[in-house]
Write a protein that binds this ligand. Sequence first.
Ligand code: M6R
Length: 605
Amino acid sequence: MCGIVGVLGNHEVAPTLVEALKRLEYRGYDSAGIATVNDGQLDRRRAVGKLVNLSDLLVHEPLAGKSGIGHTRWATHGAPTTINAHPHQAGPVAVVHNGIIENFRELRTELAAHGLTPSSETDTETVAMLTQHHMSEGLSPVEAAGKTIDRLNGAFALVFLFEGQDNLMIAARRGSPLAIGHGDGEMYVGSDAIALAPLTDRITYLDEGDRAVITRTSVEIRDAKGRLANRAIKQIQMDAARIDKAGYKHFMAKEIAEQPTVLADALRGYLDGDSIILPGEPLDFTKIERMTMVACGTAFYACLTAKYWFEQLAGLPVEVDVASEFRYREPPITANTVALFVSQSGETADTLAALRYCREKADRIVSVVNVAESSIARESDLALPIHAGVEVGVASTKAFTCQLNVLLLLALKAAADRGRLSPEALSDTLASLRALPGILNVALDRGGVIRKAARRIAESRDVLFLGRGLMYPLALEGALKLKEISYIHAEAYASGELKHGPIALIDKSVPVVVMAPRDTLFDKTVSNMQEVMARGGKVLLITDAAGAAEAGQDVWQTVILPEVPPVLSPLLYAIPAQLLAYHTAVAKGTDVDQPRNLAKSVTVE
Ligand code: M6R
């Protein structure tokens, strides 16, 4: 979603701001802008669409100044227009904002009584206007911003810049992350450390409720109660914040290809011989009676897969829900329940709210995250890193397989602790898991046949995905991936549900992707597949050699994957699902890494 940068520099900042915004492009946006203070005057440039439009504008209308703020906007209040783009300015105040100000209408009414009217449709402009109003009453910029922030309801990360103040930025965090970067006589602000990586590796993460008064040589942070707060300066790994395509055409292609490597690294982080080692205070699975798993999107499908693992391997009942439903459902959390939250970004607003709902109710709050410094990680009793590395493509790929990996290890540990998996069986499964990165490489080699099928699928209006058991969540994930980046309508069903309605959709124009390794459910899935073919449906069967030999004769296309123990099949079958979506999107010529309307990290509900 929206991205924020701020720089108090010793050189012209406009190019630095645009460069930093480029590093936030992956979050998804539809307009961008920067504001600077030059000779005491605030000025700004804003443009709709990609950052290149802002860069072009700056060529024709340069913006001077050594201090400035910048923003990429993902529209919430008001269409993506230049007027609605940030920074918003009201008199001597410019503001950039991530999140939503819930009481902006009420504040607008108040401001109207003082003769102040907005020029945009946004909630953010109200923040600038209210600060302007407080300054007109004689308050200093720091006092006025503070008084404004006190009035705001909702979730936000805010950075303020002021006319006549070349050495001042004010930053505030409530609900949306914000990081301060420390330079040499320079100071920076960013909505994540990735934006600041080329500028500095010394980062302070603001805590929930923090406000910071920043100059080129100082940062004063106060906590939610107004007390001076001492937040650590952390040295971040520059490598971890590296963003490049490494020769691939798209980040998504690179991230799909990286899966064998990151999976092998992730396994090394969790395995010591035949022991599964979790960081922090151990989870005692013998005492846990139930697990509640909550997430959104792809992370939700990882949870759905994990439900099969935990229930089948460990005999542990698992409830899974999408965060946006869970948080308002007020579900009872019974004794000895572990609440587990899965999130790549660790900042998804609904997932974070669901975690907070469980805070005083569940026995332990566990999270499975990619961003170690994220809000979800920080608010968990136990945060399990997935070690996927930075994921830039909006469509989640390597994070999904790495989430599956951690969840499977957790389920195996639960099964072993609860005496449902012998040491020998655990050792065998771990050996297979260690061999999996090599097998994923074989699956990646199937790119050619998948690309061929994708060219035909690119011409379709609708696509169905079918799977049973562990392949059902994978079918859901395959459909989500396809629709997000190719904009083709795709739906997934548990194969057994076909006859209960969706079969009405089948005709020869509808490709049906069937995910079916030769496991105990294979025959049943094949029966459903036959029902599709009897109605002219064009089947793309993703299976293994045994499955292809048995059922691959009359299908439209077959993708043959290596055989793996059934429990590992979700990690393997994720690869053709991702490749199919990727090649279809490429064939359609859509924006693979930044698909329309989508954001990488969904920080509003
Ligand atoms: O950062 P999170 O894992 O919490 O994000 C959850 C979803 O927004 C995310 O998985 C989304 O569905 C992806 N675009 C899927 O590719």
